[in-house]
Design a binder for this molecule. Sequence first.
Ligand code: CMC
Length: 392
Amino acid sequence: TGYVTLDVGYKNTGATKSNITFLDGELGVLKYRGYPIEQLAEKSTFIEVAYLLIYGELPTAEQLTKFQSDLTHHTLLHEDMKKFFDGFPSKSHPMGQLSSLVAALSAFYPESLKSNQTAEEQNQSIIKVLAKMATVVSWIYKKSLGHPVIYPQNKYDYVTNFLNMTFGQRTEEVEIDPVVVSAMNTLLILHADHEQNCSTSTVRIVGSSESNIYASVSAGISALWGPLHGGANQAVIEMLEQIKNDGGDTDKWIAKAKDKNDPFRLMGFGHRVYKNFDPRAKIIKKACDDILEKLGINDEVLEIAKRLEEVALQDPYFVERKLYPNVDFYSGIIYRALGFPTDMFTVLFALGRLPGWIAQWKEMKENKEPIGRPRQIYTGATNREYVDLDKR
Ligand code: CMC
């Protein structure tokens, strides 16, 4: 009714009050529940951060053990879920599979469909979606190779279990390198939440109609897929490869990015909120150097990425527009070093972002927020008389 304020792309519209993640785009500050991202990335684990985001506090040792154990006991998928995996062509994009498979989980765990869940029932749904997502992601990968899936094992923690299901073999015990476990924890922590971004806003708005958690998360995955959001990590590596194959002339590609008649954008650069260094990019850049060195990998695209960054940070076009490398600029280089194929990168982002989506979905419910329903300013025809088909 009445007056509508127009804010296309919600550039300046707060949709909610939230006490989960603090972000200062001017200063380049990011905190989860008040804890600086730098400290969490260095000292914490993904599962501890997931607990922090979802329940609001760092867990005690006892709470962490229980959380980990609850998760471990829900990592199995219903056997009939396997039929869905079999139905996809082996080359279909993992993000399309992931969003379909997560939505399909609602059919197997129908208690999630109750819109008036008790706190305990809601918590069970949260544990299940978090626990099962890692299995779904690993199985998508195994299926893409045509390999048999690896079942979750209770002896592993969440991240090791995920890596074992992804890179393990059925026939022999594979050592999971602690360097890889630690790198994976860091990357997942850095992606775990980022206030009201496109996919998180999607999760909240879908959940606001009292849709179940699987449907809400599945919608978030679809939003994340796009190259302007989570899909940027895949697009960055594809861009770096293209520059490499083109002879590695970074100046030429920077010029293309600046040319307004050329649709090319420097992927992994710029951010809606950060007008300064993305603090996650700083951590990832350093992690990238460390991990490649520890794993003894020499990747030429890392050199191209560093050259692009150096040139862009001195170029007036990027300086004036405050375009800095974002979280996606270096993450793909690490994922690649860990052995993931390019089209899995955005799926890994989704796995990392899941605790954030869950925490925000839960907060939206606790705040008793009304259904999300933006307005519009109508610009179409005012009044027209229907014309019969034979007169058009
Ligand atoms: N390369 C070249 N120019 C750019 C870029 C870029 N990567 N990003 C922004 N610009 C220019 C843009 O053309 C515009 O110029 P002008 O004012 O002359 O028209 C100005 O900078 C402002 O850009 P915008 O598109 O109006 O800003 P936005 O807030 O709507 O978009 C963004 C933010 C992240 C979508 C955009 O910077 C972009 O497309 N970046 C590349 C994709 C990318 O890396 N996305 C990942 C974002 S971080 C992780 C995540 O969210 O998943």
